[in-house]
Each structure stands twice: as structure tokens, then as C-alpha cells.
Design a protein around this ligand. Structure first.
Ligand code: SF4
Length: 374
């Protein structure tokens, strides 16, 4: 399990090594076809800042070599904002006295139909807070069963499950699971996750092994930028990605680097502010480090920035997202988990991507993952 592996990697030592990288380390990394973790550290380090243009060119080259110009489009649907956890940065945390909603199965179908009206999406991400009693595996199984009628590619972003539970959901059409570790800083993890099942660092970080054991086709990983030093968290995630790729080599992987936005409770402000330039640096570094991983940007990012990055390394994007349960049809005015920054319709995003020479695709399996050389 990855928690055992992680015990051998010191957070402090990793931070020190990243900050000690030199100009020569960066140049050496950029000359390599296959980079290792040391190279990744160099590319995310402050020493790499003067090389951003070169990194952007390399990132575009490797992306187009592997993915062509395709951008896979997906849309999230929040099924419930009910949650037993206490993430201090999230408006859905259990102690926030707000109205809670769990969509009924009929409401879900209304949402599925409403989403199809916004664009020809075939890739749907079902999202829940953590309420295993009322929105647990049987609820998710039914949500997937009903969604199958409308969408070809179904993923979930829900509480970590057991391997058996993931396996069971694959029988209901589950194709992928996205989970955010949020931060790999073990010592500080509970500052942000003080209550509920999410307070158990090991359970969460080993969830990715359980997805691999269950044979989930696609695993999405992510760190929440704004909690801890983003460079160190990114390197920890790179370790995790390599570990999983070695162990569960049939699985496809994607990465996300969402930047924290204001929560509805208004209390928690990010500890770390990452600039657009730094997010670009991290994106390029990840692409040069791993030519095959899917890099996903959500509507948390502004439209112009997303458009730029769609030509430089990003391969998956959401569009037209609502981050509140039932936001497409049932409760269009309810409370969001976070504000979206790119408020364009899917059609507007599609048109802009075409103008930029990209090829937006609506089915995940239309993408070029399985076609090595386009
Ligand atoms: S981030 Fe997720 S798990 Fe944490 S409080 Fe919000 S909905 Fe619940």
C-alpha cells in the first residue's frame, strides 16, 4: 500500500531538495526523453522559472505526440451536498448549518436529461459528499444504472470505498474514479481534515491501491493547491503516480491541480497562493515528466487561462459545470461547493477550442489514449 511507501519519503527533505535544484539540474531534465522524480523536482523548482517557454514548447510537443489535439470534455453532477466530514476549506462541511439535499433517482434523471440539453456530453462525473448511510454504494449503483441510459463514460468522485465496493460499482457501469488526496503532508493533514472518515489519512491515501485492485479502468488523482507547499505536494503526487503505474499498469491515470477558491462559509483562506504562471509551470513539468497522463482542468480556472493551457498540455476539461446538487434542473439557485470561474456554456467552450485548433471530443473513449501515434 502506498502509505507504507510514503513512510520512506520525508516531506521536509523533499522540500529542501526541490529548493536546492540548480539551473544545471533543470537543463539536464529538459534534455531527457524520460524524466525521473529528481528531474520533476527540478522542473517544479524555482530554478526552472527562466525555462518556462522551453517547458511550454516541450509540453505541447509531448501532448500532441500522444493525444493529438483532442480535448476530452466532461461534466460533473453533484448528487448530494450532505457530508459527515469537516474539511475546513469546504462549504459542505458537516457543521455548516445549510440546507442539505440528496437527489432522488427521478431528480437524477431530470438532471441527466438537462445536461444532455446543454451539450452532447458522454462523459459524466457523479460527485457526492460523504454520507454512506444515505448516499452509499447502493445509491451510487442506482445512480450509475440510470446514468448508463444517457452517458457512455461514467466516473465518480465520492468517499473512498473498499476494493469490493469499487468492484461492485464497475458492474453498474463505473469506468473511473477521481479522488483528491488534497495534501500528502501527513503531519498537517488533520489540520484540514479534523473530523469524519476523511480524517483517516491512511484510508484515503490507500484508496488508490484499492481502485487498482478492483480493476477500475481510470484513476484520477489530485492535490488541493492552497493547503501546503504546492511544489512538495506535487512531487509527492508524482511519487504516487509512478508507484501506481508500476503496480496497476493496465489502468489509465489523470491528474488535477485545483486551486482553492473561497468556500461558502467564508472562514478559511488559502495558506498558499499559486499564480497562473506557477500553475502553468506545474502543468508543463507534469507533462514532460509523464507523456501519457491525462491532465484535467476544471471550470475553477478562468476561461482565458483554460484556453491557453488547452494548447499546451491539458487534455481534459469540464464545461458548463454546476457545483450544487441538482444545479442543472432541480435546484438551479442552490448553494455551490465552490464558485466556477469559467461560466461559458459548453457550446461556447467548444467553439473557442475549435478556434484554437483543438478537437473537443465528448466521449472519453474517443480520445487518443489507445492510439499511440497520431
Ligand atoms: S470537501 Fe468533500 S468530504 Fe470535505 S466537507 Fe466538502 S464535500 Fe465533504
Amino acid at each position: 500500500m502506498f502509505s507504507e511507501y510514503l513512510k520512506n519519503i520525508s516531506w521536509e527533505e523533499t522540500t529542501h531538495r526541490i529548493n536546492s535544484k540548480t539551473d544545471a539540474d533543470v537543463r539536464r531534465a529538459l534534455c531527457k526523453e524520460h524524466c525521473d522524480i529528481e528531474d520533476f523536482m527540478a522542473m517544479v523548482s524555482p530554478a526552472a522559472v527562466p525555462y518556462l517557454e522551453q517547458m511550454a514548447r516541450l509540453s505541447r510537443h509531448y501532448t500532441e505526440e500522444r493525444f493529438g489535439k483532442t480535448i476530452s470534455m466532461f461534466i460533473p453532477l453533484y448528487l448530494t451536498n450532505s457530508c459527515a466530514n469537516g474539511c475546513v476549506y469546504c462549504g459542505f462541511h458537516s457543521q455548516n448549518p445549510m440546507a442539505r439535499t440528496i437527489l432522488t433517482f427521478d431528480q437524477m434523471e431530470d438532471e441527466y436529461r438537462a445536461i444532455k440539453q446543454t451539450g452532447p456530453f458522454e462523459s459524466l462525473l457523479l460527485v457526492t459528499g460523504e454520507n454512506p448511510a444515505k448516499a452509499g454504494v447502493p445509491y451510487l449503483a442506482e445512480a450509475l444504472d440510470r446514468a448508463k441510459k444517457y452517458f457512455d463514460d461514467l466516473k465518480i468522485e465520492v468517499m473512498p470505498l473498499s476494493a469490493e465496493e469499487y468492484k461492485e460499482l464497475t458492474h453498474h457501469g463505473l469506468n473511473g474514479v477521481i479522488c483528491f488526496q488534497e495534501t500528502y503532508n501527513r503531519a498537517r493533514y488533520n489540520v484540514y481534515h479534523p473530523r469524519g472518515r476523511k480524517a483517516d489519512f491512511e484510508w484515503r491515501v490507500n484508496g488508490f491501491d484499492r481502485m487498482g485492485q478492483a480493476g477500475v479502468h481510470s484513476i484520477g488523482m489530485g492535490i488541493l493547491i492552497g493547503l501546503e507547499d504546492w511544489r512538495t505536494d506535487a512531487v509527492m503526487m508524482a511519487h504516487h503516480l509512478r508507484y501506481l503505474q508500476k503496480k496497476y499498469w493496465r489502468t489509465r491515470y489523470s491528474v488535477n491541480f485545483p486551486r482553492m477558491r473561497p468556500a461558502e462559509n467564508g472562514g478559511f483562506q488559502p495558506n498558499v497562493i499559486m499564480t497562473d504562471k506557477e500553475l502553468a509551470q506545474l502543468t508543463f513539468a507534469m507533462r514532460i515528466f509523464d507523456h501519457t497522463v491525462d491532465i484535467s482542468y476544471s471550470t475553477r480556472e478562468l476561461a482565458d487561462f483554460r484556453d491557453n493551457m488547452a494548447t499546451l498540455g491539458v487534455t481534459t476539461m469540464s464545461a458548463g459545470s454546476k457545483t450544487d446538487p441538482g444545479g442543472y434542473y432541480t435546484y438551479p439557485q442552490s448553494l455551490e461547493q465552490f464558485h466556477v470561474s469559467d461560466e461559458r456554456t459548453p457550446e461556447e467552450v467548444f467553439k473557442r477550442l475549435r478556434e484554437l485548433g483543438r478537437e473537443p471530443v465528448w466521449k472519453d473513449w474517443d480520445s487518443v489514449f489507445d492510439k499511440p501515434h497520431l
